[in-house]
Design a binder for this molecule. Structure first.
Ligand code: COA
Length: 262
């Protein structure tokens, strides 16, 4: 489907989704949130897509996403504010629950809703010129696309509360130290490295990848005992799949596995 502010490109089993509002440093207006929801639904439902990279398209200055569109926030009443928060949260939930890995390639500013989108991704990679933060309190608002919940889970409560309460941005090196991003690359290496990581995912069994993500993410919302029970159920369930039989047999026969996704 054609989109105005979102570009989707395929590279073998990897899809690259770019947010494209060059004049606004890729800030997320409602229209763009709606387009991203549509794009991620299409990618979720396409079995040929094994991994997704989310990044910022070329803009005035290097930008992943500079946040929710402040011009739209400025006019919102309480009901519209709640709806906008729900819209952004549903996009982040869709990304997190996609069933295949989504890698954020953070190629510049990732503020507010931009960092919240990245926090919903399964892996975060940053370029050396990335700047990340939740500056909402400096605007007199609070994060509304999941940032208050996912940042503490990603980097721990103490570091998260400092960033949430001050709105202070961090550079790529500090983000790496905090565990907010997994790797930092020179700007020209960011996308190739993200694609290499995505290609690695494509070599693994798709059902196994889906269930491993599910076990980890669902388990985070559970007490450890329940999370372990859930893991054991999925571990048993996956034995019934063709891909498990194939993966184990292929290892013993010293050949690459041929996955069917079933
Ligand atoms: N919403 C709407 N427009 C935004 C935006 C946002 N979140 N972030 C940047 N823009 C727009 C600017 O208004 C400007 O538009 P204009 O050229 O029509 O005036 C354009 O993008 C370029 O931004 P500018 O501020 O001129 O660039 P800069 O290099 O001086 O600063 C930032 C870059 C990212 C530091 C700055 O734009 C910024 O602080 N943006 C808001 C970040 C934020 O608070 N996000 C959370 C929102 S909840």
């Amino acid at each position: 489907m054609p989109y105005q502010n979102v570009r989707v490109e395929r590279d073998a089993a990897t899809a690259v989704v770019s947010v494209c509002r060059p004049d606004k440093l890729n800030a997320l207006n409602d229209a763009t949130l709606g387009e991203l929801l549509g794009a991620f639904a299409e990618l979720r439902d396409d079995p040929a897509v094994r991994a997704v990279i989310l990044t910022g398209g070329p803009a005035k200055k290097p930008a992943f996403v500079a946040g929710a569109d402040i011009a739209e926030l400025a006019g919102q009443d309480p009901v519209a504010g709640r709806e906008r928060s729900r819209l952004g949260q549903s996009l982040c939930d869709r990304i997190e629950g996609l069933g295949k890995p989504v890698l954020a390639a953070i190629n510049g500013f990732a503020f507010g809703g931009g960092l919240e989108l990245a926090l919903a991704c399964h892996v975060r990679l940053a370029s050396t010129d990335a700047r990340l933060g939740l500056p909402e309190v400096t605007l007199g608002i609070i994060p509304g696309f999941g940032g208050t919940q996912r940042l503490p889970r990603a980097i721990g409560l103490g570091a998260a509360l400092e960033l949430l309460a001050t709105g202070r941005p961090v550079d790529a090196a500090e983000a790496h130290r905090l565990g907010l991003v997994n790797h930092v690359y020179a700007p020209e290496r960011l996308l190739p490295e993200a694609k290499a990581l995505a290609a690695g995912v494509a070599r693994a069994g798709p059902v196994a990848v889906r269930l491993a993500l599910d076990a980890a993410l669902s388990g985070l919302a559970l007490p450890l005992r329940d999370g372990l029970a859930y893991e054991a159920s999925l571990f048993g369930l996956i034995s019934a799949t063709h891909d498990t039989q194939e993966g184990l047999k292929a290892f013993l026969e010293k050949r690459p596995a041929v996955w069917t996704g079933a």
